[in-house]
Design a protein around this ligand. Sequence first.
Ligand SMILES: Nc1ncnc2c1ncn2[C@@H]1O[C@H](COP(=O)(O)OP(=O)(O)O)[C@@H](O)[C@H]1O
Ligand SMILES: [Mg+2]
Length: 248
Amino acid sequence: MSSREGKVRRPRELLIRDIHAYYGLSHVLQGVSLAIREGETVAILGRNGAGKTTTMRAVMGLMPVRSGDVVLDGRVVTGRPPYELCRAGIAFVPSGRRVFGSLSVAQNLELASRSVKRRTASAWDRERVEALFPALAGLRNRPAGFLSGGEQQMLKLARALLTNPDILLLDEPTEGLAPTVVQDMGRWLRGLRDEGLGILLAEQNAVFALHLAQRCYVLEKGLIRAEQPAGELLKSEEGLRYLGVARR
Ligand SMILES: Nc1ncnc2c1ncn2[C@@H]1O[C@H](COP(=O)(O)OP(=O)(O)O)[C@@H](O)[C@H]1O
Ligand SMILES: [Mg+2]
């Protein structure tokens, strides 16, 4: 017996096993398999159109899975609706500016904490989220549509945390951010990783992702082409060239 919950808890584990998915006749996921455990940071890298977003949408029940399975802690959850995944501790932060633009920051956060609230030992509440993102406290009354790109990313992360996830799926968190804000994002995500969250990170910014992740998968045309430790890919000229990263 140990832990704040009074019992020993296994790390959560999300497995994707050989999933296939289509947009119409277009076979976009052609057998994607990957794994992420609580406390790990794992990157999905790949060029534009490789299938990173589709993989995350398929996990979250936002995209039909034709075959293959999504397995959470040994239980098949393929095709379960998004709120069920969320209630089971998986949060998805989509790319782009997906905030309620005419609502204030406080209202955006309020909606998130009312939506799907899991009971956990270390619950996230407004105070804890504002301790992680002090800038949000000063923006409470600002309409979310008037936030900068970095502030909106902060708000999207805060909303996801308020559902008390164990595993976060982050789609292109650095997209469109100024370089200094990309550094902030790195610090925020390291903070979440140190809190013990699992982070599955889809990124076109390979260098950013590889400095944060322990492991990475390279996705190409709907197939996993490689899985390796992030440090190894960072040292591989060929791998980086493939990902379109120029050596300085
Ligand atoms: N709504 C859609 N309808 C039809 N095809 C789509 C749609 N969204 C994405 N695709 C196609 O699916 C493939 C994978 O896209 P996506 O998962 O968005 O890639 P990534 O996130 O890696 O850039 C691409 O070929 C893309 O053109
Ligand atoms: Mg994408």
